[in-house]
Design a protein around this ligand. Structure first.
Ligand SMILES: [Zn+2]
Length: 449
């Protein structure tokens, strides 16, 4: 039996819509994994003092490659496609042990920054699911399919995804969901994409794909599909309410409209956009078309951390800077992207602190110099708070982070393991770690794929 939890006298923030949040003061009673009531309560098995704290739905990271903590700082300063080529070369040497410990460390980092739910795209996703649930997070697994040169590999991965969909949600008691993950139009064979379109419809499984994320991708798609990436997805039958488009910033007005009409979702990762020198996504324009836009860190190999508060701030800054209009992307919208939109994209119920909703909550400690004076809570969350301000994370009524500390896993051990494993991985790939620079210094030719 799970213990009851009372969060006493806390500020509660609810993202009601992209343009509206409500904030009020009350207490939250949690029983059997669910918010049992909001009001005046005094007793529970565990009582959390909510004074000076803000409780809101736990954050949802809508696109990452979580085992890539092993790649943090490994490949730097390359254009997306060149970056990928080096990463794919190292990935060939990954073992299941690497994947587990890399994912565990990434899940630890996510939990400490208030992320309760995330969508992952990587290999050996059953192992990633284990790491996520060991930490206590909810996860959507999606086994990445890269088979542009060998579609028989894609067939295997499709079977694996279908097997995961049958087994993992049951095995992990609803804490794991499954999506198809063709990597991209340039990484996945057309035949595989067509099969996935068919099976997604048949099984009702969502599809998670990188799309419209680089100029070289646009060129590849023009040459191979005779159109733009979003339109190519649509022709393949892969643009609909089951599609989660990662990135999607190289789009024209017609494509923004098309994504809206097809009711597809977008995962927006602003830090990576800035780091790789890419292009701001038309976030506000998407939302105006009714598109669910969730926030994402992308992988720790390219971000390079998973601080969701930082991601929120960068989302707001990037849009204001690019649009030269500080009023268009509001803090209310950013909070909605980081929470409610993410739940709706993943299919996990949540995103509101309401009676009957799953108790998947983040509590921020506002008793900090940089969060004082305590007022205008939405602005403080987006512009002033940091990941380390996360005091508590509760997922499905289970206490995962308490007073800024993980409860279920040994953080020291995970760091030691990753420090050991990344050296071996680099060694197997022919690279050596250095303290004063990236181990991988590759001069890639600017050739098209
Ligand atoms: Zn990605």
């Amino acid at each position: 039996m799970s213990k009851s939890i009372l969060i006493k006298d806390t500020y509660i923030l609810n993202p009601l819509s992209p343009s509206k949040v409500e904030v009020f003061k009350s207490s939250i009673l949690i029983e059997k994994g669910v918010i049992a009531g909001i009001g005046d309560y005094d007793y529970a098995d565990i009582v959390i003092d909510g004074k000076g704290k803000v409780t809101l739905p736990a954050f949802v990271n809508c696109h990452t490659h979580i085992p890539m903590t092993l790649f943090r700082g490994v490949v730097e300063g390359l254009e997306t496609m060149d970056w990928l080529k080096v990463v794919w070369r190292i990935e060939e040497n990954l073992t299941s042990n690497d994947i587990y410990w890399g994912a565990l460390l990434g899940c630890i980092e996510q939990a400490l920054t208030g992320i309760g739910v995330f969508i992952d795209m990587y290999f050996m996703e059953d192992i990633v699911a284990k790491a996520a649930t060991d930490v206590g997070l909810n996860i959507v697994v999606s086994e990445g399919i890269i088979d542009i040169n060998d579609p028989s590999r894609g067939e295997e991965k499709i079977k694996q995804t279908v097997k995961y969909a049958r087994e993992l949600p049951l095995k992990y008691n609803g804490k794991v969901k499954v999506m198809f993950a063709p990597h991209s139009l340039y990484g996945t064979h057309r035949r595989t994409l067509e099969t996935i379109a068919q099976l997604s419809k048949e099984f009702g499984l969502k599809v998670h794909i990188h799309v419209a994320e680089s100029l070289r991708e646009l060129d590849f798609v023009r040459r191979n599909y005779g159109t733009t990436p979003i339109r190519a997805l649509d022709r393949l039958g892969l643009l609909n309410e089951r599609t989660v488009c990662a990135h999607s910033f190289y789009v024209d007005e017609g494509e923004i409209d098309l994504i809206g009409r097809r009711k597809a979702s977008v995962a927006h990762a602003p830090v990576v956009i800035m780091k790789h020198g890419l292009k701001e996504a038309p976030v506000v324009e998407y939302i105006e078309k009714g598109v669910l836009v969730g926030l994402a860190t992308d992988g720790p190999g390219s971000n390079n951390n998973l601080d969701f508060l930082e991601e929120m701030k960068v989302a707001a800054l990037l849009y204001s800077y690019e649009s030269k209009n500080p009023q268009k992307l509001t803090v209310q919208t950013v909070i909605w992207m980081a929470t409610k939109a993410g739940y709706d994209i993943t299919g996990f119920k949540g995103g509101l602190v309401r009676e009957g909703y799953p108790a998947t909550l983040t509590i921020l400690n506002f008793r900090k110099p940089h969060l004082t004076p305590l007022h205008n809570i939405p602005s403080h969350i987006v512009y002033a708070a940091k990941g380390e301000d996360v005091d508590t994370l509760i997922v499905n009524g289970e206490l995962i982070v308490e007073k800024g500390k993980l409860r279920k896993v040994d953080v020291e051990k995970a760091m030691d393991k990753v420090n050991e494993l990344y050296r071996d991985l680099l060694g197997r790939s022919g690279f050596k770690p250095r303290l004063n620079g990236a181990p991988v210094e590759v001069k890639c030719k600017q050739t098209y794929m």
